[in-house]
Design a protein around this ligand. Structure first.
Ligand code: NAI
Ligand code: MG
Length: 502
């Protein structure tokens, strides 16, 4: 490894969006965190450069500064990582009693808690998300996933009465950039609890917290090779997916790549779970608690700049409530603070990358061209970095691109409905099926809708709530398999006989 090299907080974006905002960073949010100049791959318990010496730059979205150079793994590096994972699975982790595996997972969970501030600052600098979200959502939830699965590690044989699952073996995991640490925790914790070992590939733009987690794994004395981290781009991911030494692939990312992985794995006998895109409907009835629903809709679409697979990106509001609801929503949007992700008062941070910003702009232009009405609060955005204002469209019809395609940005499309039947029909009119939200005062209506909405998660009078005990996953083009809860263990076990079909 290169010598430790602290990158001081680079010039912070100073312009603001929204009238009431002042830049006054608290000392703990000053952005000081240890960032090395170079990072290696984490293979067989050690950090090491890529065999071919290739590296990838890691950019801070809020400043466009290069934070670090990270080793870029190719097929030879993946091969080395898979071999290390195989050895560890056969010799150490597979045979280890569940109660012992649990101790490691508890230790990792505790270390994530102890190093929470460092992880949160790093996540915010690398990803662009507001520090309040990294601090209050991403990092605590990552710890919770390890705690939850530590509790399962010695009880996996009780999870599915009538059948005893065995570890699958070596798991290849490919994760995206929108929740880098949290997705690593979602993937690693259940795999390890069930006795598997892992080769994990973080997204090309967000390897820093996964590599910090690797330090935590060293600190926890996790036996070498149980977790290996190969950084790189789609080519690295493809090499991992294709590797014959992998027994199962778990992927979170775009539907396009998910389909490609399905084609690659067809006929290989490898297991697969996919968590892909979404276009969630947020269904708001006239009898709801309106102000709470406005808050829920804001949280549903603007959380993490809308870079959320389960974001409530289609608002279906009952026609009789439409005008009042839109008026309140637009007023609320004016108070959203866009700016420095390290400021704890920021609501909407930086768009993750130039590529994502271009995609958002393109889809917003299509909405305007198709005749929808654009709403954006007035204000200036910082000149440097990647930014997009909170945005809503009214007058959206089901055929418009902004009603059908995943934008993955802070852009809400507003449609209307008259009857509950029409709400269900419109909500389900999408190739996706990951999540949905319902706002109504009537319990019976909630149950009626929950049965009919084709979505893996249906939130009622809340949105974007996550719990490691609750299964998460999709229907249709949003993927298959569940993460979290008892159901999530199934994805990391093999059962004999017909049980797996159940
Ligand atoms: P992506 O699906 O290309 O990237 C996700 C992960 O897959 C990254 O680690 C990437 O390196 C890897 N990857 C890329 N090509 C691969 C291949 N052929 N084989 C194996 N791994 C591969 O997503 P991208 O390009 O970052 O974003 C494109 C769009 O996808 C976004 O605009 C958004 O709509 C959607 N997306 C959805 C996510 C979700 O959570 N469901 C997460 C990220 C993106
Ligand atoms: Mg891609």
């Amino acid at each position: 490894m290169a010598a430790k090299d602290t990158v001081a907080a680079t010039a912070r974006p100073s312009l603001t969006f929204g009238a009431t905002w002042k830049y006054a960073p608290a000392p703990e949010d000053s952005g000081q965190v240890r960032i090395e100049a170079r990072y290696g791959l984490f293979v067989a318990g050690k950090f090491q450069p890529a065999k071919a010496g290739r590296t990838l730059p890691v950019v801070e979205p809020a400043t466009e500064a290069v934070l670090a150079e990270v080793a870029h793994a190719d097929a030879a590096d993946v091969d080395r990582a898979v071999a290390a994972a195989r050895r560890a699975q056969q010799r150490v982790w597979g045979p280890m009693p569940g109660a012992h595996r649990a101790r490691y997972l508890y230790r990792i969970a505790r270390l994530i808690q102890e190093r929470a501030r460092e992880l949160a600052v790093l996540e915010t600098r690398n990803g662009g998300k507001p520090i309040r979200e990294s601090r209050d959502v991403d990092v605590p939830l990552a710890a919770q996933h390890f705690f939850h699965h530590a509790g399962w590690a010695d009880k996996v044989h009780l999870a599915f009465p009538g059948a005893v699952g065995q570890p699958i073996g070596v798991i290849g995991q490919v994760i995206p950039w929108n929740f880098p640490l949290l997705m690593a925790a979602w993937k690693l914790a259940p795999a390890l609890a069930c006795g598997n070992t892992v080769v994990l590939k973080p997204a090309e733009t967000t390897p820093l917290t996964a590599l910090r987690l690797a330090e935590i794994l060293q600190q926890a004395d996790l036996p070498e090779g149980v977790v290996n981290i190969v950084c790189g781009d789609g080519g690295t991911g493809a090499a991992l997916v294709r590797h014959p030494g992998i027994d199962k692939v778990a992927f979170t990312g775009s539907t396009e790549v998910g389909k490609e992985i399905q084609r690659t794995l067809a006929g290989t006998g490898k297991d697969l779970t996919l968590e892909l895109g979404g276009k969630a409907a947020h269904v708001v009835f006239e009898d709801c608690a309106v102000d709470q629903a406005v808050e829920g809709v804001v949280r549903g679409i603007f959380f993490n700049q809308g870079h959320v697979c389960c974001a409530g990106s289609r608002l279906l509001v009952q026609e009789s409530l439409h005008d009042l609801f839109v008026e309140k929503l637009l007023r609320r949007m004016e108070r959203i603070r866009v700016g420095d992700p390290l400021d704890k008062n920021t609501d909407l941070g930086a768009i993750h990358s130039r590529a994502q910003l271009d995609k958002i702009r393109g889809l917003v232009e299509s909405g305007v061209a198709e005749g929808c009405t654009l709403h954006q609060p007035a204000g200036a955005l910082p000149a440097k970095g990647y930014w997009y204002p909170p945005t809503a469209f009214t007058g959206v019809g089901p055929a418009h691109r902004i009603a059908r395609e995943e934008i993955f940005g802070p852009v809400l499309s507003i449609l209307t409905f008259r009857t509950p039947e029409e709400a269900v029909e419109k909500a389900n009119n999408t190739p996706y099926g990951l999540s949905a939200g319902v706002w109504t005062d009537k319990g019976a209506r909630i149950l009626w809708l929950a049965e009919r909405l084709r979505a893996g998660v249906v939130w009622n009078n809340t949105f974007n709530r996550f719990d490691p005990a609750a299964p998460f996953g999709g229907y249709k083009e949003s993927g298959f398999g569940r993460e979290g809860g008892r159901q999530g263990l199934r994805a990391y076990l093999r059962f004999s006989g017909s049980f797996r079909q159940g």
